[in-house]
Design a protein around this ligand. Structure first.
Ligand SMILES: Cc1cc2nc3c(=O)[nH]c(=O)nc-3n(C[C@H](O)[C@H](O)[C@H](O)COP(=O)(O)OP(=O)(O)OC[C@H]3O[C@@H](n4cnc5c(N)ncnc54)[C@H](O)[C@@H]3O)c2cc1C
Length: 458
């Protein structure tokens, strides 16, 4: 039986980064198993295809607004959905074009196809083959989680996998969940021509974000004809005459050709047989881990990326992979630090945030000073016809330290990194707010919010 020093399970962002970093050192015999596609969820069914679909949806929307700018388009704008998906698939293929070569080049063995499953703490089955591993890194990602609604499974639904490779553009689509994934898909399908209804159990759009941010998107969706039903409990789903009918408490019913479930994710553990390795899972199916991402019960196992069940972002997966591979390479435990993690929802306008919301800061007993400005007062936004949105800064009232930033607007996913940089250095709102920002830029609104939030503001 082959024995590896380090065996990495999963070839997504986290697993690839671990296998490459550790393999590159040439000090260990390393292997990686991927049972579907290298690049994982992000490249194949997540970040890359959704952003490529959004690029087409945004362009279609801009063309719809051309007359506002004095540009008349002769004839109708036509959406050629198969052509859009051809471009999306080309971009996805380009993002994974290197395949397993970079790994095999540095001596990492890649098992493409088999599902890795523990048979004992140090033994893994790879379908027919068995291997031994001294250390194991679990980077198996997540599966879409569907809520336990009667009739849902029988009626049939899409997850992000089907939605990023759809057989056709649905004429009507109901989306369960108004989190980042639901919101991005809602705008993609609506702008390409589907009639979209979003159903959210909580009382607002983008529940994890500051309510001020969610309110901007709710307004934008209303303008675009995307129906959003919040505080809605779907009691049952049925399929009738080819349509999915969602019965909502209170008597309302939504009917659509396609139902897309975007209600959260659960760590992909079931094929892994974590019990055989002695990996303890909590009541939500997440591995119980130390601050260094090591299993508390199976000390030769580390977990990186979405499989941890926390902060499901590619940039966090890469960060965690760096932390775990650094620990394996050096033999010294490192502690995770999630104080400054930016989050972006790539709808239009973009929603970006870092650190705490105003409410979270107050709930933690902090006295805060808030800076908040609308892009409606920004000249660059007016020039570009993109005035919707705001910049909000949460700072400690006494020290002025920036604790959080929330930006909704064009390019918010880029602008948030000003706040990221300030927070990384534990900087003060006043210092950054006094710095000269170029005119005319949207960043001037971020500067204004920083000034307002500064401890020495009047
Ligand atoms: C629709 C959507 C949009 C997203 N957009 C963004 C975005 O814009 N920005 C962002 O930062 N994040 C985004 N994400 C999140 C991002 O995709 C994840 O955070 C990222 O993919 C996590 O990487 P990972 O390596 O931990 O897991 P994954 O990418 O899920 O990779 C895990 C891999 O392990 C494999 N695997 C699982 N079990 C086994 C096994 N037993 N044996 C062998 N192989 C196995 C899987 O096939 C998979 O390829 C999005 C997610 C979705 C669903």
């Amino acid at each position: 039986m082959d024995t590896y020093d380090v065996f990495v399970i999963g070839g997504g962002g986290a697993g690839s980064e671990c296998a490459y970093r550790i393999g590159e050192s040439k000090r260990f015999r390393v292997a990686m198993a991927e049972h579907d596609k290298l690049g994982g969820e992000c490249n194949n069914y997540g970040c890359v295809p959704t952003k490529a679909m959004l690029a087409a949806a945004k362009l279609a929307h801009s063309l719809d607004r051309a007359e506002e700018f004095g540009i008349r388009i002769k004839g109708d704008i036509e959406i050629d959905f198969p052509k859009i998906m051809e471009r999306v698939n080309r971009i996805v293929a380009h993002s994974v074009r290197y395949g397993s070569e970079p790994f095999t080049d540095i001596g990492v063995e890649v098992f493409l196809g088999p599902t890795a499953s523990f048979t004992s703490p140090h033994e893994l089955a790879l379908d027919g083959k068995r291997v031994k591993a001294k250390k194991v890194i679990v980077a198996t990602g997540t599966d879409a989680a569907a809520p336990p609604i009667p009739g849902l499974a029988e009626a049939g639904y899409w997850t992000n996998k089907e939605a990023t490779n759809p057989p056709h553009l649905p004429s009507t689509i109901a989306i369960l969940g108004a989190g980042p994934i639901g919101v991005e898909f809602a705008q993609i399908f609506a702008r390409l021509g589907s009639k979209v209804t979003v159903i959210e159990a909580l009382d607002r759009v983008l529940p994890p974000e500051d309510p001020d941010s969610g309110a901007v998107i709710a307004e934008a969706f209303d303008d675009e004809g995307i129906e959003v039903i919040t505080a809605a409990k779907v009691e049952r789903v049925e399929k009738s005459n080819g349509k999915r009918r969602l019965h909502i408490a209170g008597g309302r019913m939504v009917s659509a050709d396609v139902l897309l479930v975007a209600t959260g994710r659960t760590p992909r553990m079931k094929d892994l047989n974590p019990d055989a390795a002695g990996i303890e899972l909590d009541e939500r199916g997440r591995p119980v881990l130390t601050e260094g991402l090591r299993s508390t019960t199976a000390r030769h196992v580390w977990v990186a990326g979405d499989a941890t069940g926390e902060l499901l972002f590619t940039h966090v997966a890469t960060y965690e992979a760096g932390l775990v591979s650094g620990t394996v390479l050096s033999g010294r435990a490192r502690k995770r630090d999630y104080r400054v993690v930016p989050k972006v929802t790539f709808c239009e306008p973009e929603v970006a945030s870092v650190g705490v919301t105003e409410q979270q800061a107050r709930d933690a007993g902090r006295e805060v000073r808030i800076g908040k400005l609308d892009f409606a007062d920004n000249e660059r936004a007016d020039i570009d016809g993109l005035t919707r949105g705001l910049a909000k800064v949460v700072a400690d009232a006494e020290t002025g330290e920036v604790l959080g930033g929330h930006i909704v607007g064009t390019g918010a996913g880029e602008m948030i990194h000003e706040i990221v940089a300030i927070m990384a250095g534990r900087g003060k709102a006043g210092v950054a707010g006094k710095a000269i920002h170029a005119y005319p830029t949207l960043s001037e609104t971020v500067k204004g919010a920083l000034e307002q939030a500064s401890a020495d503001a009047g």
